[in-house]
Design a binder for this molecule. Sequence first.
Ligand SMILES: *[C@@H]1O[C@H](CO)[C@@H](O)[C@H](O)[C@H]1NC(C)=O
Length: 257
Amino acid sequence: MLSTKSFLLAALAAVASAAPGCKPPKATPTLPLTGGASELPAAPSNLVLKKIILGHGIQNYSCAADPTATPVAKGALAALYDITPLYPNGKPQSLSIDGFNALTSTVLWTQDLPLNLGNPAAAVAGAVLSSTQYGATTSPFKAPKDLTIPNLAPLKYAGRHYFDSTGTPNFDLTGPGNLKAHVVKKDGVAVPAGADKGPLNTGAVQWLLLGDSDLGISNGVKLVYRVVTAGGVAESCSTTGEGLSSVPYTAQYWFYG
Ligand SMILES: *[C@@H]1O[C@H](CO)[C@@H](O)[C@H](O)[C@H]1NC(C)=O
């Protein structure tokens, strides 16, 4: 009979799919579920999963002078990293599903915001500054750089997420295929109970289904899902007062085309 310790060690070895000679069958990645009352619709079967991307950045909001006003979403900025190779599939660098889904929290709390902010103190990992202390900047994106996190394969830099002058979300991906998504919101659902509320303790932004704007701007992408979000919900207008605010967030973005 196995002792408790050797049983636990055996269980751990089974979780670490990197263990040689114990490759689980190749899994087709399946979109995470919220486990709540509503789920996002599945991608149509004629589309294929192109990439799973981690976004790390800020969600912007604006408040009117009235402290009872609801913050209005003013877009987002994020650097993107390719986490497709880390999905559990038996490859040496792949993680367990729990490890994979913990990446958004790990990055949010341990990695500095990969943006140039007017107030550099706000970019420090896990900074608990008021959402109004981020400071405007005219060129927010830093030079492309992979993320190196202890005990993980490097997360390869994969592009940028931003809102254009028409208020439309864009994802510009680097690498083969030059994937680009110019999308509109199709659906949104409440996050799972226990979702990571982020450093400002405001909550995790909704999970979304984004569809092609059909303006001929996207390239190789028809649908983008935003799932496994951490942080990003606005502070109340009574907290921020009138004007712009920003809240750090991370998310998994699943690109189908
Ligand atoms: C978002 O907010 C940041 C700082 O709070 C600012 O530098 C940036 O220009 C804003 N971006 C947009 C698209 O509003």
